[in-house]
Ligand binder design. Structure first.
Ligand code: NAD
Length: 363
């Protein structure tokens, strides 16, 4: 069955890294019989330039109609002076909320070839492979009321609301258990149930949903301890599920354990498993247009798409293996070259395609 993918390249290095992911898609088409239709659309600064809106209506319609979305990156200095609603970042936030992409999956996987790039000692991170499942559309970032008000004493106070409804906790818990089932059947739920009532409810519901997944070993951890454990003994984790703000912080911590931002993919899924797939980095205006960007995070985001939205784990596995092979062969873009010889963005994409073709010949 043919799939449709919306392709939103965006700004800065976005078009460069997406071009390399498209090379990989073309290879899957020609060598592995992958049937797919690509639907390019403008977003971010490119959307503003084209239609005066960082998320043009036509782009949103294409995204709604497709099976999955491949997203590059948005943002650029030239747009920073625009009013807030018209800035590129707003287009991305609107896209996530319009499509109800509530489950954010952030793997932190350390390739053995890049172990020296980690901020931790080799023995602590060798073989690291964690998946953080962060709730993305609720919690304190969205809770009402919020604002800055003047109290009776004339002093200003800022306030936000941390609120989670049962259905929001239940659906993120189910997503996390489903992902744990696809991995090592081990899930750690991170909360602050010793202090927060919201967390008390969170823990109760995650435990209840866990009864539907008897194969999954569920544990609970307070967020302060989880932060400590992530830098003390990160390999104890397999899948972590947590709230929006805790996940924001913990996933960045976990990302740094693996070295380069140019290697890390992500997925944001809705209730039906439809998703948007993007590298975790931004549009990197400092290196845009110079062939310096690492396309691997985007190519690995494509692998996540094949695994989580397009039900092609076989092709996802091939891409993961091909990326491992090009690293074994010594290919490095500048961000992971540690000052040594480096290849350009397109040379790295070509290397992944060549590695895929080799895998085809071996099969
Ligand atoms: P950034 O992630 O774009 O860049 C941070 C640093 O990492 C830079 O030095 C950059 O050169 C480097 N880098 C990033 N991606 C790389 C890659 N693939 N290969 C090699 N090096 C890479 O973050 P920033 O500089 O804080 O933000 C730049 C712009 O991106 C801003 O407009 C910001 O709003 C936007 N942004 C967008 C997203 C997104 O599209 N999801 C995320 C974060 C930031």
């Amino acid at each position: 069955m043919s799939s449709t993918i919306a392709v939103l390249a965006g700004d800065g290095i976005g078009p460069e890294i997406i071009a390399e992911a498209i090379k990989v898609i073309d290879c899957l088409r020609s060598d592995f019989g992958f049937e797919v239709e690509l639907k390019p659309a403008a977003v971010g600064g490119a959307g503003y330039d084209q239609a005066g809106d960082p998320l043009p209506e036509a782009t949103l319609e294409i995204c709604k109609a497709c099976d999955a979305i491949l997203f590059g990156a948005i943002g650029g200095l030239e747009y920073d002076g625009l009013e807030r609603e018209l800035r590129p970042e707003k287009g991305l936030l609107r896209l996530r909320s319009s499509l109800s992409l509530f489950a954010n999956l952030r793997p932190a996987l350390l390739y053995p070839q890049l172990a020296d790039a980690s901020s931790l000692k080799n023995e602590l991170v060798a073989g690291l492979d964690i998946m953080i499942v962060r709730e993305l559309t609720g919690g304190i970032y969205f809770g009402q009321p919020r604002g800055i008000r003047v109290t009776e004493s004339g002093e200003r106070e800022g306030f936000n609301t941390l609120v989670y409804a049962e259905h929001e906790i239940e659906r993120i818990a189910r997503s996390a258990f489903d992902i744990a089932m696809l991995r090592n059947q081990k899930l750690c739920s991170v909360d602050k149930a010793n202090v927060l009532e919201v967390s008390e409810l969170w823990r109760e519901l995650v435990t209840r949903i866990g009864k539907d997944y008897p194969e999954v070993e569920l544990s609970h951890m307070y967020v302060d301890n989880a932060a400590m454990q992530l830098v003390r003994a990160p390999k104890q984790f397999d899948v972590i599920v947590t709230t929006n703000m805790f996940g924001d912080i913990l996933s960045d911590t976990a990302a740094m354990l693996t070295g380069s931002i140019g290697m890390l993919p992500s997925a944001s899924l809705d209730i039906n498993g439809k998703g948007m797939y993007e590298p975790i980095h931004g549009s990197a205006p400092d290196i845009a247009g110079r062939g310096l960007a690492n396309p691997l995070a985007t190519i690995l985001s494509l692998a996540m798409m094949l695994r989580y939205s397009l039900q092609r784990p076989d092709l996802a596995e091939l891409i993961d293996t091909a990326v491992g092979n090009v690293l074994n062969q010594g290919f490095r873009t500048a961000d992971i070259a540690d000052g040594g010889h480096s290849v350009s963005t397109s040379e790295m994409g070509d290397a992944v395609v060549a590695a895929l073709s080799t895998l085809k010949q071996l099969s």
